[in-house]
Design a protein around this ligand. Structure first.
Ligand code: UDP
Length: 234
């Protein structure tokens, strides 16, 4: 399970999708898929809209639905970029939009993965008050994946924000509970709890380092990633 945030896809653009980032992601995911790694992707929507940015008069639940629709735009663009690389894909959405994507059906998603198709999940969990990290953890548990890979703008989990503090220390390995007790903010508590309860290892890596998706998906020992053998599901 690869979780791509909307913010990561926007690259240096500040809004929307950076075609260069999208193409680079698609190329690397495509290489891993062609090597036999089963890849499922949950995309965020923060590059367009977040429910937490609801304003007075726009209720939170409605804002969250708008956020979920934003993730679907990213899902379609990612699908297109992957298909350009010759990778078979399917988009499944948690809110039905049959004209442009399949509805989320767990068994069908598994079948696609087994057939080597990359499955992209849009619309998060389909319910407001959740995040796409939680959606990714939920789908990861449902699909019984081997690893949850969280792409970020930094190399891993730090004790404080490395963008603000040059002395920030990166954790090489963490227990699930550390994320909560040390308030590490790598993902929200619901998501990390789901990973913990279902014993899904989480790998955090830098999306912008060339080759990193491939390394994480295919199991680089330095990243401590248990995925990567042929037939593994990520
Ligand atoms: N969202 C939601 N339920 C979900 C997933 C997402 O309501 O299951 C909404 C929520 O408003 C969120 C927005 O969709 O702010 C975009 O997702 P997220 O912020 O997780 O995207 P990312 O930060 O990964 O780009």
């Amino acid at each position: 399970m690869l979780k791509l945030s909307g913010e990561a896809l926007q690259g240096g653009m500040g809004f929307g999708v950076d075609p260069k980032v999208l193409t680079a992601v698609a190329r690397e995911v495509g290489t891993a898929a062609k090597q036999g790694v089963e890849v499922a992707i949950v995309v965020g929507g923060g590059n367009y809209f977040r429910g937490t940015s609801a304003w007075d008069g726009l209720e939170r639940a409605t804002a969250d639905y708008v956020g979920m629709l934003a993730t679907c735009m990213n899902a379609l663009m990612l699908q297109s970029a992957l298909e350009k690389q010759g990778v078979a894909t399917r988009v499944q959405t948690a809110i039905e939009m049959k004209e442009i994507a399949e509805p989320y059906i767990r068994r069908r998603a598994i079948r696609h993965l087994e057939k080597g198709r990359v499955v992209i999940f849009g619309a998060g969990t389909g319910a407001p008050f959740f995040s796409t990290d939680t959606a990714a953890a939920l789908r990861a548990a449902e699909l019984d994946v081997d690893v949850f890979m969280k792409a970020t703008k930094v190399d891993g989990v730090y004790d404080c924000d490395p963008a603000l503090n040059p002395n920030a220390k990166m954790h090489k390995r963490l227990q699930y509970n550390d994320v909560m007790t040390q308030n590490l903010r790598v993902m929200d508590e619901t998501a990390i709890t789901l990973c913990k309860e279902n014993e899904i290892p989480v790998v955090v890596f830098n999306l912008y380092t060339p080759g990193n998706i491939m390394r994480a998906l295919c199991g680089d020992a330095n990243q401590g990633n248990p995925a990567g053998r042929r037939g593994q599901r990520a």
